[in-house]
Design a protein around this ligand. Structure first.
Ligand code: NAP
Length: 394
């Protein structure tokens, strides 16, 4: 029996994770479920899965949930970051699905690593912010990191056994030459450039291939999601950014590829449904069903590729530059992006000003060595404050 904690249970990844777990109820026990404010959905999930713990990050929401669960003596309701960290490190938990959106996921995800859990990482922002510090925690505490992002999960599946099973981290030594990260191109791949400034949040969230939360949907439209993924891949696969190439692949069937020195390129293919990487990581190193339909290549018929358009998607360039700069620069990039996306979704910022706000924040705030969590969180806060100030000028 694998005992699971799901951080961000009410979100798109959380719901897909519970869907996969439900298909294998005899193999998994849900120990803890968490959310921020969605009391109704977490309540329904608690009634169905009967976890030992339910956590709402928001204190008022936790009070409401506790009242709704008053007759469920076996469920303890906690709140706040401390509650999230507590359930992520419970001794009775083996696997933590890290699926909180944004920087809010850093502390609970790090707590899971520090408690030596198997961490299924969807919350890419945590790794983008803390990079080496996070990996050090994984190594020091004997945790295991398995990628959930479909691209990173695909890359992981295409890596040699020396990497996935024996922990050899030097990819050059095991014959890997490059990583090819695919991107669908999002809703604005062919949209007239001069009209991008006036697109609405609804248009930006209308992804052609994936159904996701609103923040990652906007990130996919600006291509910042791909930028965060490049940074995530650098850390997960110990690879410099110049050895990661982003390719546009509109069908979203090849989820990414690994190129070897002998001329082989290995790809992982599948229908665009997050239950595949979730099932892969939950069952690793075994395999289990996910509920995802079999891939029908005859129906798809064509797989196309296009070079990345950096002029259309300046956020991707900013992410590459931030990774090259190193230190807390990627945390600054992430923080400015979160402020920009929130403002765009609230109708306070033009779509094209998202990249402008991030670039201006990066140009005014220098990154520094990301040696401690305090430094990272300090620069995250400074970047958020500066980005909020700059918002009024755009
Ligand atoms: N969706 C995908 O297909 C996909 C694919 C690859 C990677 N990812 C990554 O997975 C993560 C989750 O994405 P998603 O699309 O599932 O997001 P989502 O649908 O917006 O769900 C986010 C989850 O995080 C919770 N949350 C939000 N703010 C929080 C806070 N301050 N403290 C604690 N919990 C908080 C939400 O609770 P409430 O419901 O109460 O707000 C919800 O449970 C992101 O990092 C994303 O980049 C997602």
């Amino acid at each position: 029996m694998i005992r699971v904690c799901i951080l961000g249970a009410t979100g798109s990844i959380g719901v897909s994770t519970l869907d996969v777990i439900k298909q294998h109820a005899h193999q998994f026990k849900v120990v803890a479920l968490t959310a921020n404010q969605d009391v109704e959905r977490l309540f329904q999930q608690c009634v169905e899965f009967l976890p030992s713990y339910a956590v709402m990050a928001d204190a008022a929401a936790a009070e409401q949930l506790a009242a709704r669960l008053a007759h469920f003596d076996e469920i303890t309701v906690l709140s706040g970051v401390e509650g999230l960290k507590h359930v992520a490190s419970l001794p009775e938990v083996d696997t933590v699905m890290a699926a909180i959106v944004g920087g809010a996921g850093l502390l609970p995800t790090l707590a899971a690593a520090q408690a030596g859990k198997r961490v299924l990482l969807a919350n890419k922002e945590a790794l983008v912010m803390s990079g080496q510090l996070f990996l050090d925690a994984v190594h020091q505490h004997g945790a295991q990191l398995l990628p959930i992002d479909s691209e990173h999960n695909a890359i992981f599946q295409c890596m040699p056994a020396s990497f996935t099973q024996h922990g050899v981290k030097n990819l050059t030594a095991v014959g890997v030459s490059r990583i090819l990260l695919t991107a669908s191109g999002g809703p604005f791949r062919n949209y007239p450039l001069e009209q991008l400034g006036s697109v609405t949040p609804e248009q930006a969230c209308n992804h052609p291939k994936w159904k996701m939360g609103r923040k990652i949907s906007v990130d996919s439209a600006t291509m910042m999601n791909k930028g965060l993924e490049v940074i995530e891949a650098c850390w997960l696969f110990n690879t410099p950014p110049e050895r990661i190439e982003v390719l546009i692949h509109p069908q979203s069937v090849i989820h990414s590829m690994v190129e070897y020195v002998d001329g082989s390129t290995l790809a992982q293919l599948g229908n665009p449904d997050m239950r595949t990487p979730i099932a892969h990581a939950l069952a690793f190193p075994e395999r289990m069903t996910s509920g995802v339909a079999r891939l029908n290549l005859l129906e798809i018929a064509k797989l196309e590729f296009e070079p990345m358009d950096f002029a259309r998607f300046p956020c991707l360039r900013l992410a590459y530059e931030a990774m090259q700069a190193g230190g807390t620069t990627t945390a600054i990039l992430n923080a400015a992006n979160e402020i920009a996306v929130e403002a765009f979704l609230a109708g306070k910022l033009r779509f094209t000003a998202i990249a402008e706000l991030i670039e201006q924040t990066l140009s005014r705030l220098n990154g520094r060595a990301a040696n401690t969590l305090e430094i990272i969180l300090e620069d995250d806060t400074r970047a958020r404050q500066l980005a909020e100030e700059l918002l009024t000028t755009l």
